[in-house]
Design a protein around this ligand. Structure first.
Ligand SMILES: Nc1ncnc2c1ncn2[C@@H]1O[C@H](COP(=O)(O)OP(=O)(O)OP(=O)(O)O)[C@@H](O)[C@H]1O
Ligand SMILES: [Mg+2]
Length: 480
């Protein structure tokens, strides 16, 4: 059922209940009010009849009967004079000769009432005229001094209730008409109110339908300041969040597919090279002593590069999936730095670059970290500093004590990194100069691994660089 119908139906039911109970209550009240007033009036008229009977001593019985009929006619009353035994003495509606056929009235409720309480009444349908009548009987003091009236004991008056009932019916129909009018107004008002309520709900439903069909760019109109407005606001916020989630997912998806593309490209290069050398060898070069050995060596070095690449990839995926376990320990920093630097002396010599150590930490100073992982970090940073350098240049590895730990720095006088690239060199596969890096055997994974490992130590790798002057990579480690 529509909300509008529900609201209207509720209003209508309530109004009908109110009108019905109000109508019933008022007509009941009116009925008893009119009855009481009528009885009052009848009682006074009965007194008047009695007064006439008592005072008018000159007239004989048939004349009295005439008078009764006259008063009855004038007052629109039926007057009946009844004896103590219940037999009718005179009746304004019945001619004297016919009185003998009239039934005894002793068992009538109003007479019984008058017998017991002096006044009695009854409402009943008259058999002769098809109307309700109100009968009121009053017991009187016997008129002992009047011949023919000594046995008279009750004066009964009755009036048709038609007038009263008509009046009540008129009022009742007025109540109904007014009720219907109010009903119409209520229906109209409730339709307007519920339409206003449902209009904004229908608006929200349409908006949500549009969102469901994929259109996230049209926000719901918040037209009211009530609960419905709150719903619209909540939906809008939800959509906003959904949108940003979608953007993020798309970005992730893009990164993932870029990564896959990069990986396959990087893997293909050495594999193709190995394939090329082997094919040439099989094609006859194997018997040519001037090239066969160098071709095999080249194939071998390409396989070496492939191996390094795969190790880097495994490293990256382990780090990113959180599988890489760090085993953090205290270790002597100077000893460690001397060792990693020494490992790079052959490369430094090959590049014609001077590699120096400037340790401002003492031999007892310890750093806190995973030594094997940190060795990877220094290998990457020192080999970068040597590789992206020029013959005659220098690389300096520096250590310093700080308030909370140690500071390490790899400075070089190499080619430097253009400012616009700095923010990206830590991305996977990112290389400033593809050709140079590739010719040095680089794939652009080194700094990505460095960044992850340094961050796993609760620190951050930073870089300062100037094109043509050199670069400095540095970070802090906790220490004892
Ligand atoms: N000390 C440096 N001086 C100048 N450029 C550098 C230096 N270190 C890194 N770069 C630039 O940053 C890029 C990314 O370095 P990264 O170590 O991640 O990759 P790579 O050295 O090319 O390859 P990989 O280290 O995986 O073998 C390099 O290709 C290089 O262009
Ligand atoms: Mg590198």
């Amino acid at each position: 059922m529509k909300i509008q119908t529900k609201i209207t139906a509720t209003y209508v039911v309530f109004e009908l209940l109110i009108v019905a109970s109000l109508g019933t209550f008022t007509s009941m009240r009116m009925e008893s009010y009119f009855k009481e007033r009528l009885l009052d009036e009848l009682s006074r008229q009965a007194d008047l009849v009695y007064y006439i009977l008592e005072k008018d001593t000159t007239n004989s019985f048939p004349q009295i009967d005439q008078q009764v009929k006259l008063i009855g006619g004038l007052e629109h009353l039926r007057i009946t004079l009844i004896r103590g035994d219940g037999n009718v003495l005179a009746d304004s509606d019945i001619p004297l000769p016919e009185l003998t056929g009239v039934k005894n009235h002793l068992d009538r409720p109003e007479i019984q009432g008058a017998l017991q309480h002096e006044v009695g009444y009854d409402i009943r349908r008259s058999a002769t005229v098809d109307h309700d009548y109100l009968y009121m009987a009053k017991r009187i003091r016997p008129l002992t001094n009047r011949t023919g009236f000594a046995s008279l004991q009750f004066i009964r008056l009755s009036v048709p209730l038609e007038d009263v009932q008509n009046q009540i019916n008129r009022i009742r129909s007025m109540v109904i008409v007014v009720g219907l009018g109010v009903l119409l107004v209520i229906v109209a008002v409730s339709v307007i109110i519920s339409r206003r309520i449902t209009k904004s709900m229908v608006q929200i439903a349409r908006g949500v339908e549009q969102i469901r069909s994929g259109d996230l760019d049209v926000p719901l109109v918040i037209s009211s300041n009530d609960e419905i407005g709150l719903v619209a606001k909540a939906v809008n916020e939800l959509v906003q969040k959904l949108k940003s989630d979608i953007v993020q997912l798309k970005k992730l998806e893009q990164v993932r597919s870029q990564f896959l593309g990069n990986v396959s490209h990087e893997l293909r290069t050495p594999i193709f090279a190995v394939q090329g050398y082997l094919e040439t060898l099989l094609g006859g070069a194997v018997d040519d002593p001037s090239v066969n050995r160098s071709f095999l060596e080249k194939a071998q070095s390409n396989l070496g590069r492939l191996n390094v690449l795969l190790e880097d990839l495994i490293n990256i995926s382990q780090i990113e999936s959180g599988e890489m376990k760090m085993s953090l320990r205290y270790f002597r920093l100077n000893e460690f730095l001397e060792s990693v630097t020494k490992d790079h002396e052959p490369l430094a010599a090959a590049r014609g670059v001077t590699l120096t150590l400037a340790l401002q930490t003492s031999n007892e100073d310890e750093a806190f970290g995973d030594k094997d992982r940190l060795r990877q970090v220094f290998n990457n940073l020192i080999s970068n500093a040597l590789n992206y350098n020029t013959p005659g240049g220098s690389v300096n590895v520096v250590s310093q004590k700080t308030d909370r730990g140690v500071h390490v720095r790899i400075q070089d006088t190499g080619v430097g990194i253009p400012a616009e690239h700095i923010s990206r060199i830590f991305e996977r596969f990112y290389r400033v100069d593809n050709n140079r890096s590739r010719s040095l055997g680089g794939t652009g994974l080194g700094l990505a691994i460095v960044k992850h490992i340094v961050e796993a130590h609760g620190s951050r790798i930073q870089v300062e660089s100037k094109t043509g002057e050199g670069s400095t990579f540095y970070f802090d480690l906790k220490s004892s």
